[in-house]
Design a protein around this ligand. Structure first.
Ligand code: DQA
Length: 138
């Protein structure tokens, strides 16, 4: 699941996020998921409530979720509570290393609820999180 502003990757803050578009990142995710035998369902939304509804909607359906909450990571107690409320593991990912950026990005309230976090590996952050999830649910 991709959060707000990630649809503008490829033109947004190129010096931070690089030139890959979200469509290209999704291709990397699909390729890396297929290589380890995982079915993925990919969503992007700017809306906090939709992230929460997607997390709820996956109950009974998904074995886990990989979530890049984008800036909601730094603000959203509601997404953090949704992560705590679902029965499956949620791994938080970030394209950039949020710990090497502005001080306000170094705290993620959603990561406090997540099983763990992968940050700083661009598109591969998602694939790494998927293989960690796979190891967890086997
Ligand atoms: C991001 C990091 C967040 O701080 C930022 O608000 C984003 C992208 C990342 O993937 O590196 O939108 O989640």
């Amino acid at each position: 699941m991709h959060g707000p502003n990630l649809n503008l990757l490829g033109t947004r803050e190129l010096e931070v996020y690089g030139p890959q578009t979200l469509a290209e990142i999704n291709e990397v995710i699909r390729t890396e998921a297929a290589a380890i035998g995982i079915d993925v369902d990919i969503h992007q939304t700017a809306r906090e409530g939709e992230i929460i509804e997607l997390l709820h909607g996956a109950i009974g359906d998904a074995d886990g979720a990989v979530l890049n909450p984008a800036a909601y990571a730094h603000t959203s107690r509601a997404i953090a509570d949704a992560i705590r409320a679902v029965p499956y593991p949620v791994i938080e990912v970030h394209l950039s290393n949020i710990h090497a950026r502005e001080p306000w990005r170094r705290r993620s309230v959603t990561a406090e609820a997540a099983r763990g976090i992968v940050a700083g590996f661009g598109a591969h952050s998602y694939g790494a999180a998927l293989s960690l999830l796979k190891g967890m649910v086997q």
